[in-house]
Design a protein around this ligand. Structure first.
Ligand SMILES: [Cu+2]
Ligand SMILES: [Zn+2]
Length: 196
């Protein structure tokens, strides 16, 4: 009783099966590598998700902190401020990461990568650095969150870190949301540089 004379049809298939197994292992390795790269990229992104900006007034005194965090669309700015005049105030991102007191003119105009005009109510607007007003209470404190859908903490022309960074500025008055170039919001009373 010997082996059958015909060749086992599984022989040729097992050869291909082995090749297929190798291909699957290779694919799994590639997937794993891709996952690890993704995890690494995510970890790096997480590192820059929150940035803390200290704001100082014209006398160089701290008026508190703004925590800027990346959202799916834009950023959120959580304000925890003190020592400010009560009432409504304008807040914007300005073009340069420079806050030279007392006038903070070094921060330049509003952050405006798309070369638009000022204000949400301006038909030719608005600057990427424009935001809604926030309120300071009768004790001079403000705990508020403002949003900016037109900037990011990532890369590209709308990043708050582009061209060496930007500055967060608070003004003496409220923004009228239409007057170019700064919403008729008065003096710059506090400034915080944003740079890497
Ligand atoms: Cu401003
Ligand atoms: Zn503006």
């Amino acid at each position: 009783m010997g082996q059958p004379a015909f060749s086992d049809p599984h022989d040729s298939i097992s050869g291909r099966g082995l090749a297929l197994k190798f291909a699957i292992v290779k694919k799994a390795r590639l997937t794993l590598a891709a996952l690890m790269l993704f995890a690494l990229a995510f970890a790096n992104a997480a590192k820059t998700t929150n940035i803390k900006v200290e704001l100082k007034d014209a006398q160089g005194k701290s008026v508190g902190i703004a925590v800027i965090s990346q959202k799916t669309s834009g950023v959120a700015i959580r304000l925890d401020l003190h020592g400010l005049p009560p009432g409504k105030h304008a807040i914007h991102f300005h073009q340069n990461a420079s806050c030279t007191p007392p006038d903070f003119e070094s921060a330049g105009p509003h952050f405006n990568p798309d070369h638009k005009k000022h204000g949400f109510m301006n038909p030719e607007g608005h600057h990427a650095g424009d935001m809604n007003n926030f309120s300071v209470d009768s004790n001079g404190n403000a705990k508020a969150t403002v949003l900016d859908k037109d900037v990011s903490l990532g890369s590209g022309s709308h990043s708050l870190f582009s061209n060496g960074g930007t500055a967060l500025i608070i003004h003496a008055k409220a923004d009228d949301m239409k007057t170019d170039p700064a919403g008729n919001s008065g003096d710059r009373i506090a400034c915080g540089p944003i740079a890497k």
